[in-house]
Design a protein. Sequence first.
Length: 205
Amino acid sequence: MKFKKKKLHLQDLFYIAYLYLIILGIVSDAIFYGIFGVSYLNYTTILDALISPISLLTNNWKLALTLAVMFTLLYVYLTKWAPKLYKKLRVKKWYQKIYNIEKWDKRYADLEEKKNLIPGMMFLFFLLFVAMRTGLGFGLKHKYQEKEIIPNYTLVFKDNQHLNVRKIGQNSAYFFYFIPGEKVITATPISDNLKQIKVLEKKKK
C-alpha cells in the first residue's frame, strides 16, 4: 500500500525554515565560540540563534559570496553534471561490478526529477556553512595567537571607563572580545555594563 506524500503548506514551510535557522545558528555558533573555549550556549537565546546565520551573511559579503558560488556549483553538479556523468559510466563493465546499477539508476532518476532535492540541498548548505564557520574560527584563533591583537572597537562602560578591544562577535545580550595582551575571550553583558560601543578608525599606513 502506497501513501501519498502530504503537501506542505506555507505555514509548514515557515516552521521548517524557522527550526532550520535555529539549529544552524546554535550549531555553527557553538562550534565557532567553542574553538576559543567559550560555552556559547550559556550566552545565547533562541532569537540570537535564529538571527545569527542571516546576520553573519549580511555583514560578511565575502563569506556570503563564497557560499553562494559553492552552493550554485553544487546545485548544477547534482542536477546536471552528475546525471550526465553517470549515464556515460553506467555502461562500463568495471563500473557495473563496483556499483549496484539498479539502485543508482533510481537515485539519479530522482535527481533529474528533482525529488528530495530541497532537503538534500538544505543538508549540504548546513554542512558548508558549519565547515566555513569552523574554518573561520580556527583561522582567527591561530592569527590571534601568533600575531599582535589590534583593537577595532572601543567599549565605553557605564562608569565612563574606556577599553580598546578586538571584537570577535556579538549577540543581543553579550559582546565577545579580546583584550590586547590576553589570550582568552571576554564576554561582557551589553545592557548591564556598556554605555557605548564605538568602531575604531583604521590607522592609515
